[in-house]
Design a protein around this ligand. Structure first.
Ligand SMILES: [Zn+2]
Ligand SMILES: [Zn+2]
Ligand SMILES: [Zn+2]
Length: 341
């Protein structure tokens, strides 16, 4: 079983995935041979995955062909569903068992189509799968946060090129999410306004970093972008929880996603990228902390963060936490705006 270990100096948790038991020679870059007869996510290879948890298929039995989308447990999960957390001290450190869930959303049966190539309707299906699985995993009170993300391309960490996203339920709030939730809460405490609503308002008036505006969503390049062509997709109307979206809102989001991914693909020739959904955590009460999420409905604003993997993180960045971004976000927005899609 994997372990979550706490570094008291860096103030961060690390997942030591002992199940994967990698030795020095295992750390070679895996590249795909392109043989689709052995891709476990391809149409007709349903027996190569664990039993599906959710699917969109016009007809037919589970785990058979004739599907549009499938969600299956990850064959090599980072965290496992079985067991107790056993949160304990180990000398001056903290450690807990690697409890969680790790699922894969196979977005299309077609090996060759990336998410940008899917139709708006198919992307809406992917977003529906996200919502269904998020709502289901929330029922398990051991899970404090759901990490929903996509790795596109080998450089972005995708070991299989067949288009898929992943959902990992973790037993604590990850540090970056915790930091963001804290900032939002403190801003709301001070101003009684949502920091994201204020930011979106300003960006829409300013315009220089707006890539595309839709009736309910907006895509921008962040003012202090860490990486070139970094993007944010925000709902214009305040909402703390992606999983509360209705069908119409999901369809609108699918239009914005398709547009954002197509522009990126056109301008940067299908770059590797990661995107991650930032939504409110499950709001079950915490023992001894009744006030914990009391203002989250007003202070947090869900969104999607996307980072194309165009530059390497080098010594200066690792050593300092400062990042050097060679493309101004205003320029990135201008290029993306003009993309022929
Ligand atoms: Zn495939
Ligand atoms: Zn807001
Ligand atoms: Zn965020």
């Amino acid at each position: 079983m994997s372990e979550l270990r706490w570094d008291p100096i860096k103030q961060q948790w690390v997942i030591i995935a002992t199940d994967r038991g990698r030795r020095p020679r295992d750390f070679t870059v895996e590249t795909e041979d392109g043989d689709m007869t052995c891709c476990p996510f391809c149409y007709g290879n349903e027996d190569k995955t664990a039993h599906e948890l959710y699917a969109i298929r016009p007809s037919g039995a589970p785990n058979t062909p004739n599907w549009q989308l499938r969600v299956v447990p990850n064959k090599f999960p980072v965290l496992r569903v079985e067991g107790d957390l056993n949160n304990r001290a180990y000398g001056m450190y903290d450690v807990m068992n690697g409890i969680g869930a790790h699922e894969v959303i196979i977005e299309t049966p077609d090996h060759k189509r990336g998410m940008a190539d899917l139709t708006v309707k198919e992307i809406a299906g992917v977003l529906t799968a996200y919502r269904v699985r998020l709502l289901d995993l929330r029922k398990d009170i051991r899970f404090r946060y759901m990490v929903l993300f996509k790795n596109h391309g080998v450089m972005a960490g995708a070991t299989l090129s067949h288009s898929h996203s992943q959902l990992i339920a973790v037993p604590l709030i990850p540090p970056l999410a915790a930091q963001e939730l804290k900032v939002c809460r403190e801003y709301f405490e001070a101003k009684e306004r949502c920091i994201y609503c204020d930011m979106i308002d300003f960006e829409l008036r300013e315009g220089a970093r707006v890539v595309q505006e839709f009736s309910d969503y907006v895509v921008i390049t962040p003012y202090a972008s860490t990486f070139p062509f970094e993007l944010r997709l925000y709902p214009k109307r305040h909402g703390h929880d992606f999983a509360l979206l209705n069908e119409a809102e999901l369809s609108g989001l699918a239009v914005a996603m398709k547009d954002m991914l197509s522009r990126l693909k056109a301008i940067l020739r299908d770059p590797p990228y990661n995107f991650i959904l930032h939504s409110a955590p499950p709001l079950q009460p915490r023992p001894g902390k009744p006030e914990f999420w009391s203002s989250i409905e007003y202070d947090f604003h869900w969104h999607i963060e996307l980072v194309p993997r165009l530059t390497q993180i080098a010594g200066f960045e690792w050593g300092t936490g400062f990042h050097i971004n060679p493309t101004a976000p205003e320029d990135a927005a201008a290029f993306l705006k003009e993309a022929a899609i």
